[in-house]
Design a protein around this ligand. Structure first.
Ligand code: GAL
Length: 454
């Protein structure tokens, strides 16, 4: 294998820097209806025609439920110190509320115990998009009962695992699941329209802060965060209309969830974009309850977006000019590769007063990987990680407090509506045989991280 590590060393990030790798329950576990688990909205959504590429289902995924011991050994072998995973709500509470499933509870104890045995630090995400299907029947994230359900789940997990797990992430990308799942209908549960989107946003803002308070009250010495997707929004031209369109998109993509968390209420701007929408009216009443003093924020960046004014698009009046149209370098999902933009978005989030610590809780890329003679030569992914890490190091050296980087993802898995074809892993998975093959990017990380052990 080629030598990729020149110039960039893990030790330049500092010896306490947190190097991690991430998975999520619905994308990895499988065992979707066994050992007492209830169905999640992804299990039911995947039955609907045309919703998921190739009609793929998350039923078996990477079979992490049965293979977690071997997979955690791989995490260790690649040199990571942190293992971030999520808890499937429907595995713990099959109906989302009410009855507890002991077999599900025991599974996460096994995963946590195995991490601790291997000296891996668990970072637990409470909600990574897999709402119990039974709760969706009652309105899901739009229901007025939502916080009651969520708070019970959060309290249960904090009490059950809090003596072993100190690092907690409340929500994974609230903008991701509310916009794709409740506005655009592209993700589970496949609902559309502002009547679904606004209540889901509001419940997510409240759940993110309530969850923080719950973990704080139940777990001693907890280190609590929540994650935000973020994308630099670049206007297509200098025209006033494009500049304003970019500001509107920026409110949604970057400001919608962090500002309430910081106690600023829903975002305001000179053009009064959000103020004109009903959601904004909630600010005065809920500013305090939406606020929580997070120990860290998790940032997840995959691409910048370039936007252009378009009067035909309701409310937002903007369209994206895709990376493929602009002919800039991109991943197999058409996502622009732009480490400079990653650097800028890190600096931007750091500029919020009240952000104390940033962890990059996801970053990675999908490419069309192939196993050839037992090897996956994913040089593009190595370059991707190397360049993004350089950008992070630059921001860190300029004074932003970024304390960790978690790669998305340990192994190829169920990539939501893209099914199994979009491969993001450091480890290749053959979904017919469950054979794992460490990609060259996995070996690159191992070599890169090895020197931090010395
Ligand atoms: C994130 C999400 C992950 C993963 C990744 C790559 O938004 O949290 O679960 O799918 O994107 O698309």
């Amino acid at each position: 294998m080629k030598e990729y590590t020149q110039n960039l060393t893990a030790s330049s990030f500092g010896k306490d820097f947190l190097w991690g790798v991430v998975i999520a329950a619905a994308q990895n576990e499988g065992a979707h209806n066994s050992y007492g688990k209830g169905l999640s909205i992804w299990d039911t959504f995947s039955r609907r025609n045309g919703k998921i590429k190739g009609s793929h289902k998350p039923y078996v995924a990477c079979d992490f439920f049965h293979r977690y011991k071997d997979d955690l050994l791989l995490v260790k072998a690649l040199g990571f110190k942190i293992f971030r995973f999520s808890i499937s709500w429907a595995r713990i509470l099959p109906e989302g509320t009410g009855r507890i499933n002991k077999e599900g509870v025991a599974f996460y104890h096994r995963v946590i115990d195995e991490c601790l045995k291997l000296d891996l630090i668990p970072y637990v995400t409470l909600y990574h998009w897999d709402l119990p299907a039974e709760l969706e029947k009652e309105g899901g994230w739009t229901s007025h009962l939502f916080l009651k359900w969520f708070n019970r789940f959060a309290s249960f997990c904090a009490e059950e695992y809090g003596s072993k797990v100190k690092n907690w992430i409340i929500l994974n990308e609230p903008f991701g699941f509310t916009s794709l799942g409740y506005m655009l209908g592209k993700h589970a549960p496949g609902r559309r329209g502002l009547n679904n989107f606004f209540p889901a946003i509001h419940n997510a803002s409240l759940a993110q802060a309530d969850g923080g308070r719950i973990v704080r009250s139940l777990v001693s010495q907890a280190h609590i965060g929540t994650t935000f997707s973020c994308s630099e929004v670049i206007p297509f031209s200098d025209k006033e209309t494009d500049l304003i369109a970019a500001k509107r998109v920026d409110i949604l993509l970057n400001r919608l969830f962090i500002e309430p968390a910081l106690g600023l209420g829903y975002p305001r701007d000179d053009f009064k974009f959000l103020e004109k929408l009903e959601l904004y009216n909630k600010t005065w009443k809920y500013t305090k309850r939406m606020q929580f003093d997070f120990d860290f924020i998790g940032l997840q960046n995959y691409f910048p977006v370039v936007v252009k004014y378009n009067s035909f698009i309701p409310i937002i009046q903007a369209v994206e000019v895709k990376a493929t149209t602009r002919k800039v370098s991109h991943t197999s999902l058409g996502w622009e590769i732009n480490p400079d933009s990653f650097y800028r978005i890190l600096k931007r989030f750091w500029s919020y007063k009240g952000v104390k610590e940033i962890i990059v809780t996801e970053n990675g890329a999908s490419f069309k990987d192939k196993v050839v003679n037992g090897e996956v030569d994913d040089e593009q992914r190595i370059n991707y990680f190397e360049n993004y890490l350089r950008a992070l190091l630059k921001a860190k050296k300029e004074g932003i407090h970024v304390s960790g980087y978690f790669a998305w993802t340990l192994m190829d898995n169920f990539e939501w509506s893209e099914g199994y074809a979009a491969r993001f892993g450091l480890i290749h998975v053959d979904f017919n045989t469950q054979l794992r093959t460490i990609k060259n990017s996995g070996y690159w990380f191992r070599d890169f991280l090895m020197e931090t052990d010395m």
